[in-house]
Write a protein that binds this ligand. Structure first.
Ligand SMILES: [Zn+2]
Length: 261
């Protein structure tokens, strides 16, 4: 499966570079440079845009009017128990995108998340936040596959959804994910709570993006994580929206332009 996946990707890579190769072969150096520049700009846009479908299908919304709460970067011994109690109090089910290494380190927390009825997604094995978009095919495979294995060992099931660290991915991500039975989920609403410590500012941004069908991106493991989740759940209620479990969310995949369960 791994080799077939890489062969297909290598073939696609050659196809993408065919115009440049053709220009070079016919001695048109200036044209080759221009084509290379255009390819570079397009690829950079694809890498830096969390919801782009340049490399393949990415889910950014669910069926309105529901909203989907997603929480990245756990499990975390400080925040996971608090967030789980908060979600219970608001009778809300979320999707936790877990990091494989952290699942192996705190398996009881991963099991508790699943036991409370939340969905679990793959958020890579080591979360190489600043380098993920630069990974080659072999490391891309190990990041996704090792996390699947960690989840399987601890929970007895593997994830069906993957979220890229920081939302930046490259041309290798989709073929690897597809070969491992994973679909990519991005988001449509976020407050940058992964880096911003001002909870009021985070919640202001989240309220702005909170619309029917939104997928909300939150993080755990930060001092403000409980306050951000509490404020987000209150905002959902104040706007007359309802946070739905993943199993009840109609998934909207931009590349397919249709709703599917
Ligand atoms: Zn993350």
């Amino acid at each position: 499966m791994k080799e077939a996946c890489f062969r297909r990707q290598m073939f696609r890579s050659v196809l993408i570079h065919l115009p440049i190769i053709a220009c070079l072969a016919t001695g048109q150096w200036h044209l080759a440079l221009i084509v290379f520049g255009i390819t570079f700009v397009v690829m950079t846009y694809g890498i830096l845009s969390p919801g782009t479908r340049l490399f393949g299908p990415v889910t950014t919304h669910i069926r309105p009017p529901g909203v989907l709460i997603t929480i990245d970067d756990g499990p975390d011994p400080e925040t996971t128990p608090v967030l789980l109690d908060l979600l219970d109090r608001h009778q809300t089910k979320a999707v936790f995108f877990l990091i494989g290494d952290r699942v192996s380190r705190w398996p009881h927390l991963a099991r508790e998340i699943a036991a409370r009825g939340h969905a679990i997604g793959n958020h890579s094995q080591t979360h190489p936040a600043h380098l993920f978009w630069l990974l080659g095919p072999w490391r891309m495979w190990s990041e996704l596959a090792d996390c699947q294995q960690s989840l399987g060992e601890v929970l007895g099931v593997q994830a069906t959804w993957f979220r890229a660290p920081v939302g930046h991915y490259n041309a290798f991500t989709h073929p690897v994910a597809r070969a491992l039975g994973l679909r990519l989920m991005s988001w449509s609403c976020r407050g940058f709570d992964g880096t911003e410590r001002n909870v009021d500012l985070v919640l202001k941004r989240i309220r702005r993006g909170l619309k029917p069908g939104a997928i909300v991106l939150l993080h755990e493991g930060r001092p403000g994580s409980p306050a951000v989740l509490e404020g987000t759940l209150q905002a959902v209620q104040a706007k007359g929206l309802k946070a739905v479990p993943l199993a009840e969310a109609g998934i909207y995949t931009r590349a397919h332009h249709k709703l599917s369960k």
